[in-house]
Design a protein around this ligand. Sequence first.
Ligand SMILES: CC(C)(COP(=O)(O)OP(=O)(O)OC[C@H]1O[C@@H](n2cnc3c(N)ncnc32)[C@H](O)[C@@H]1OP(=O)(O)O)[C@@H](O)C(=O)NCCC(=O)NCCS
Length: 162
Amino acid sequence: MPVPYIRHASPDDEEALGRLDRDSWSPLHAVQPRPQPPYEPFFNERFGPPDHLVAELGGRIVGYVRLAYPTSLACNAHVRQIQGLAVAEEARGAGVGRALLRAVQDESRRQGARRITLRVLGHNTPARRLYESEGFVVEGVLPEEFYLDGRYVDDVLMGRSL
Ligand SMILES: CC(C)(COP(=O)(O)OP(=O)(O)OC[C@H]1O[C@@H](n2cnc3c(N)ncnc32)[C@H](O)[C@@H]1OP(=O)(O)O)[C@@H](O)C(=O)NCCC(=O)NCCS
């Protein structure tokens, strides 16, 4: 199986990442409504290229992960939070998600973080299995936090030490 190449994002990735994000939209993972034109830019004031790692296969971007601080507090600066992870549908099941998750943990360690956390919807089985298999554990559940696609869905808080 080809090994994905993981690198930091660059401003030139705007279009490819915006398209990937829109094409992979699903109520399985998204809490925002399906994007409609005119589309918001992928990079913005809060999240720029340095906050993203991208995965390439055959020179094409097939996935990304967004890494952020959970808050702007100095006393919380030892923690990083994954605030977005997506793999293009046609590239799923080939280890791209796992490669991105490992890379983002390495990047967090490189930045000196001690912990990494994330939030995942209770019904998102593929993502939950992936996170569990990489050592993340459930640290909290907000029951029925979201009403999506006609039903209430839990918000699951996961994390691990680095
Ligand atoms: C979740 C997601 C990133 C996984 O990406 P991927 O490249 O397909 O994942 P990988 O091929 O690296 O799979 C790694 C592990 O994830 C789990 N997994 C992946 N797809 C799965 C599925 N459909 N059902 C159950 N487990 C699954 C498995 O544990 C798998 O390990 P295995 O191959 O040894 O069984 C991808 O499905 C995706 O982009 N989903 C939509 C966006 C999303 O849900 N993001 C997470 C938001 S919190």
